[in-house]
Design a protein around this ligand. Structure first.
Ligand SMILES: C[S@@+](CC[C@H](N)C(=O)[O-])C[C@H]1O[C@@H](n2cnc3c(N)ncnc32)[C@H](O)[C@@H]1O
Length: 329
């Protein structure tokens, strides 16, 4: 590689890094240059880099999607939120969908086996819940670990799509390999249900979930609903269970609106100190940390918080995951 081409490559990489635009792996495959050693053997295969125009076009498309999402929920009252989500599903506008579980969840479940224990306890499978599950990749993942897993989504269209994915991929060992052959695969069920209402509990065998996973659900709710979200999580979690929160999006200023609404690590601390109590925000939309005083009977404490090694997308940093349980444990 000449010093001029190295300079060009570095400059292009810097441009990509600055605008945080995903570079599809399939991009211009025919033009992919290979770096060869002096014997002509391929040493490193790097994808061709997009031009600045292509980068700008991708950035504009991403911004347009965000604006469409924001406008769609503008001034939608609390009790019509779920209908608005269903409308997006019907329009097949699902820009959040990544088609596989976030590696941060996979790493958490692989690295913290002591914390979660076996998915089978006293001969019974533990129960996992994924609210706002969309197409349900995470539900299939929990089933592959051995949990009996439920995915809730308020949108019938989303639940239909999750059912299709389950049929196509649910037991595909390449996508969802059984982690422990002795434990085997648990069940994966999808329910059309509002997380905040009790109707679904008759089908899941009540509350007391052993594991609950929140990913892109808290950030989908209007900020005024957050205390209700925290209270509901505390009610649904078993006294010995763990709530896994994938904290997304962390880097986004809350003043930009949503969904997704920007979150911070401190927001979770405030919400779980006294679930159901209002939290206070500054003018910039960031939570005023330390305003919630003391804890309540329903409070949750943080067991761990870690950044994953792998990102969900090429354009994103690896996500942070925090794990919570009832304080009285
Ligand atoms: C941003 S999407 C995330 C979907 C999925 N977690 C993913 O990452 O692919 C939020 C989902 O929450 C669902 N949702 C919103 N409010 C809900 C509620 N109150 N109860 C259940 N699901 C809800 C929406 O229908 C939507 O599918």
């Amino acid at each position: 590689m000449t010093s001029r081409s190295r300079l060009l490559l570095t400059t292009k990489l810097q441009v990509i890094k600055r605008v945080h635009v995903p570079v599809p792996l399939s991009f211009n495959r025919q033009q992919n240059p290979s770096i060869r050693d002096t014997y002509g053997r391929a040493r490193l295969h790097i994808p061709a880099l997009p031009s600045q125009n292509e980068i700008d076009a991708m950035a504009n498309a991403a911004a347009e999607k965000m604006a469409r999402l924001r406008n769609h929920f503008k001034e939608v009252p609390e009790d019509s939120q779920t209908n608005s989500w269903d409308a997006l599903w019907q329009q097949q506008f699902t820009p959040w969908d990544r088609q596989f579980p976030n590696p941060a969840l996979v790493e958490t479940m692989q690295n913290q086996t002591k914390l979660f224990g076996s998915p089978v306890h006293n001969g019974k499978r533990k129960r996992a819940l994924v609210p706002g599950c969309g197409r349900g990749y995470d539900v299939l993942f929990f089933a592959s670990l051995g949990y009996d897993a439920w995915g809730l989504d308020a949108s019938q269209t989303a639940v239909d799509a999750a059912g299709e994915i389950k049929t196509q991929q649910g037991e595909d060992p390449k996508r969802y390999p059984v982690r422990d052959s002795q434990i085997g695969r648990g069940s994966a069920e999808f329910l059309v249900a509002d997380f905040f209402k009790d109707d679904f509990l008759a089908k899941t065998g009540g509350t007391n979930f052993d594991v609950i996973y929140d990913y892109t659900f808290l950030c989908a709710l209007p900020p005024l609903m957050r205390p209700k979200w925290a209270k509901r999580m505390s009610e649904l979690l078993s006294p010995s269970g763990q709530l896994i929160c994938l904290e997304f999006p962390l880097g986004k200023s809350p003043s930009l609106g949503g969904p997704p609404h920007g979150l911070t690590a401190e927001l979770y601390d405030e919400l779980f100190a006294r679930p159901g109590d209002d939290v206070q925000y500054g003018e910039d939309g960031f939570v005023d940390a330390g305003r919630v005083k003391g804890t309540s009977d329903s409070s949750l404490e943080k067991l761990s918080r870690a950044q994953a090694e792998k990102p969900h997308d090429e354009d994103r940093k690896p996500d942070f995951v925090s794990v919570w349980q009832h304080r009285s444990n």
